[in-house]
Design a protein. Structure first.
Length: 261
């Protein structure tokens, strides 16, 4: 399996967990190398998004994972270029994955769709446009599904492609991934209210300070937590058919709804 250092990254864990959950296929050495390529690519896209998300023109944050953000530690131009370089390197990495050309193209398509205007970048625009406005619940869920949720869904879809999952299995896993991404973002909203900057490793209270539409702001904390619990139950039901091989994904779902940072 993947080495411990890589397993500590969230998206890498998603990729290997999905591959293990598919009951008719063992993860071989060749699969590991392909999963490594996909995991590294997704992690680089995630890092690029965080570097750009922290920029003054976006969230203007000075703290990320307990350290100064890139534009603070260096300068704004360096942060922009670092994000650009990470994004292009991610797709270069996928072109070198030990897979058929058809599968490599499918992986690149999946990650690019999750990253672009219909995914993460589009979600970030919706998030900025929503500042100072009161969104309805469907609008907030659309925003959340397009941000980190899109990248989580891409991680699941890419692993399913590498593992050779059939169409029905891919559909089931995608439904689970959509809920996983939503759960992660709802928990993020809750933590922004309840946790400190030290616990989060980033600036707490930013959502309220920027008057953003969030689950706690719209529903109240009690109902936001109830919504999170309902999604948790949906994820458990979605994984039931996979049996014991999906235990890693169940642990991931539990982490998403109970994490403290």
């Amino acid at each position: 399996m993947l080495c411990d250092t890589r397993m500590r990254t969230r998206f890498a864990f998603i990729l290997i967990a999905v591959a293990l959950a598919y009951p008719t296929r063992a993860v071989r050495a060749a699969d590991e190398a392909a999963l490594d390529s996909a995991a590294v690519a997704v992690e680089m896209i995630h890092a690029f998004s965080l570097v750009h998300d922290d920029l003054p023109a976006m969230d203007d944050d000075k703290l990320r994972r307990g350290r100064a953000t890139v534009h603070v530690a260096f300068d704004e131009a360096t942060a922009i270029l670092a994000g650009d370089a990470l994004q292009t390197l991610a797709f270069e990495t996928l072109t070198q994955a030990p897979l058929s050309a058809e599968t490599r193209i499918a992986l690149i398509r999946s990650l690019s769709q999750a990253t672009g205007s219909l995914g993460m970048c589009g979600g970030q625009q919706l998030d900025m446009d929503a500042s100072g406005k009161s969104l309805l619940l469907p609008d907030i869920e659309t925003l959340h599904r397009m941000k980190t949720g899109a990248l989580i869904r891409a991680s699941v879809r890419m692993s399913a492609l590498i593992a050779g999952c059939d169409a029905d299995t891919q559909h089931s896993l995608d439904a689970f991934a959509a809920n996983l991404g939503l759960a992660f973002q709802i928990r993020d909203d809750i933590l922004d209210v309840e946790s400190s900057s030290v616990q989060l490793g980033k600036t707490a209270g930013k959502d309220a300070a920027q008057n953003k539409s969030t689950y706690p702001a719209l529903l109240g904390m009690t109902q936001a937590k109830a919504r999170l619990q309902a999604i948790s139950e949906q994820m458990d039901a979605q994984l039931r058919a996979f049996g014991e091989p999906a235990e890693s994904l169940r642990r991931l779902a539990r982490f998403a709804i109970s994490r403290e940072s």
